[in-house]
Design a protein around this ligand. Structure first.
Ligand code: ADP
Ligand code: MG
Length: 356
């Protein structure tokens, strides 16, 4: 058995999931999956009626075996009549989410040297009762004991705010993931953490930035050779992955190159961060609009926010940090890992609410 009383905090994400626990010294720690990564792609590949794989291996099959791959299950949580069929077997969204949770559970057991059953799972602040119930069901189907379902921005704020309780502060949690965007304004008053206002865009995320880059590169190739690599699944997948890597490089480097090989033709398309930012300027504006809407609902302005917490992998793009700086005149909070803060906060919430 793992240490008694271990509670796993699980960030069950649309594109990536993560897990964390609080160690014996009270320190929240991220648990790596069996592949050694802090995050696990929320993607399932069914390879026959009995077997499936979750994570990186499944991601590789997204285009080449599209009909046997599931992504973005989270978007369908709580829809009563939604099922997907693989090898003649129908699965509900909660059954599919349970497959992801089971992978996390198994990997946690492996890492900790014993089974962990108690979990706190996070959901977006906008999830309704049916979506929350479906998430809890998914946990039960995975053989987990779901202690509570908490909001992702609350978890992110907990991981940041535990050390800052006692002071009165207004916090904005800006969460730009792979396929969704959520903004939440919270306040700390004494020792309580409260959600003031929240909104989001379930159709905006890193995927949109990827698509822009991919279409730009494919257009360049097409202009040069009159051929479109988007026409064939395999080259499309290859180009998609290269564009995704280039996007990630552009978060730390001023320039990236994207090699394209298609039907015997080769091109190397250079992209500068400036070009990438202008290709996606309207996506950034959509983020800004949502922030303004949430501030309006909270009856606050940019200057009223004391701390900006960036969550979600896409907030690593410098244009996001730049936007926060430009609109608020403040630096985003330091020391917050955007991929990990939700899982870390969930593990802390588990320990506070359910002390051993
Ligand atoms: P979700 O909560 O939606 O499951 P995540 O918070 O894990 O998603 O964010 C995943 C997104 O973050 C993906 O679109 C991925 O490409 C993007 N991402 C991860 N790291 C970086 C980076 N360094 N620069 C830009 N985008 C990144
Ligand atoms: Mg997330």
């Amino acid at each position: 058995m793992a240490d008694d009383g271990i509670i796993l905090g699980i960030d069950l994400g649309t594109t990536f999931s993560a897990m964390a626990y609080v160690d014996r010294h009270g320190k929240p720690c991220v648990l790596a999956n069996a592949e050694g990564h802090a995050t696990t792609a929320s993607v399932i590949h069914f390879y026959d009626r009995e077997a499936c794989v979750v994570g990186d291996e499944a991601v590789k099959m997204v285009v080449v075996d599209a009909s046997n791959v599931v992504r973005f299950v989270k978007r369908y949580m709580g829809e009563p009549d939604f099922t997907l069929e693989f090898f003649g077997k129908a699965y509900t969204p909660q059954e599919l989410s349970a497959i992801i949770l089971r992978k996390l559970k198994d990997d946690a057991a492996e890492a900790l040297g014993g089974e962990v059953l108690d979990v706190v799972i996070t959901v977006p602040a906008y999830f309704n009762a049916a979506q929350r119930a479906a998430t809890a069901d998914a946990g039960a189907l995975a053989g987990l004991n779901v202690l509570s379902i908490i909001n992702e921005p609350t978890a992110a704020a907990i991981s940041y705010g535990v050390e800052r309780l006692g002071a009165d502060r207004n916090i904005m949690v800006f969460d730009l993931g792979g396929g969704t965007f959520d903004v939440t304004v919270m306040d700390i008053r004494g020792t309580s953490l409260r959600t003031v206002a929240s909104d989001g865009n379930a159709e905006l995320g890193g995927k949109d930035w990827d698509d822009r880059l991919l279409n730009y590169v494919a257009d360049c190739f097409q202009k040069q050779f009159g051929l479109d690599p988007r026409d064939d699944p395999q080259p499309y997948q290859e180009l998609y992955e290269r564009c995704l890597h280039a996007k990630i490089s552009l978060s730390t480097k001023p320039r990236a190159v994207i090699p394209v090989n298609y039907r015997g033709h080769r091109a190397v398309v250079p992209v500068t961060r400036e070009e990438f930012e202008s290709l996606t300027a309207d996506l950034l504006l959509q983020c800004e609009d949502t922030c303004n809407l949430v501030l309006e609902k909270a009856r606050m302005s940019w200057g009223d926010i004391d701390d900006f917490i960036l969550a979600g992998g896409s907030t690593r793009m410098p244009m996001i940090q730049g936007m926060i700086r430009r609109l608020s005149g403040k630096e985003p909070a330091r020391g917050v890992n955007p991929d990990e803060c939700v899982a870390l906060g969930a593990s802390l919430a588990g320990v506070f609410r359910h002390p051993a």
